[in-house]
Design a protein around this ligand. Sequence first.
Ligand code: COA
Ligand code: MG
Length: 289
Amino acid sequence: MTMRPLRPRRSVLYVPATNAKALAKIATLSCDAVVIDLEDAVAPSQKVEAREAACRFIAARGAGMKETVLRINALSTEWGRDDLRAAREASPDAVLLPKVDGPRDVLDADRLLDRGDTECWLWAMIETPRAMLNLGAIAELGRDNAARLACLVAGTNDLVKDTGVLATPDRRYLVPWLMQMVLAARAGGLDVLDGVSNDFRNLDAFAAECREGANMGFDGKTLIHPAQIDPANAAFSPGEDAVFEAEAIRAAFALPENRDAGVISLGGKMVERLHLEQAERLLAKAEAK
Ligand code: COA
Ligand code: MG
């Protein structure tokens, strides 16, 4: 595989593959990416027609289309393998694997997807208790240049269902697990996306949840409704102040007298080379959007 490119993933919208109207709307939306869903948003009786509609949409998308991901059914279900085969043909930018329990699930999909030159990445839902316990081993695949894993996605609805924790508006019982996902993603050099908010009419609460996700270190948020796109884009874009500060750090280290300095004083604060790295990353992110 080639190097993982830096892509903005502030707002990643799920679109049920069975909703033709919603699919038709995608081109007009300002989200960074879409996940066409064959899994939980599709009833068992509609799995086959959903697969066909999704692949038609994906194969027909034009160049310059936003990042387009296909969420397949788990390989352990009766639909999973056919979904993956269809994905190989349609060639989405990535396949999102649901209900991943451990690294083996990712490696199995990797092997089945194999087509030598394909640029199709893998994303993994972290939404089962076993995935939480195997998080380090899953994320470690990000260090393997041969594996296609690029992104972890928090599946908070399934985590609530499978663990019995109470889903509260402030997500207090989920936050420790979400933080583990961020830590694991960084260890593996992966992107990581926060879970969905089901309460899609309450946009004030949603904006606060986006800011919380950004503060926790997530790269972006998964969304279920177009109204959630703007708040997510705002919360996960580097703020003006942060960009200004990063530019000041870059400029300071570029001065001839600081070229070989490990640590400098800037505006009354200690700034080290690690802050320069952090600043460069933030500026790259700001430019990528
Ligand atoms: N992607 C693209 N367009 C969407 C959309 C989505 N996820 N959700 C809604 N829209 C569109 C609707 O088609 C509608 O279009 P129109 O104005 O042309 O009629 C418009 O946005 C407004 O929709 P609204 O009436 O407010 O919502 P709804 O009641 O039709 O749908 C949901 C509500 C929650 C059922 C729907 O948003 C949805 O299916 N979300 C995704 C669910 C999903 O994928 N879950 C699995 C992952 S958690
Ligand atoms: Mg799920």
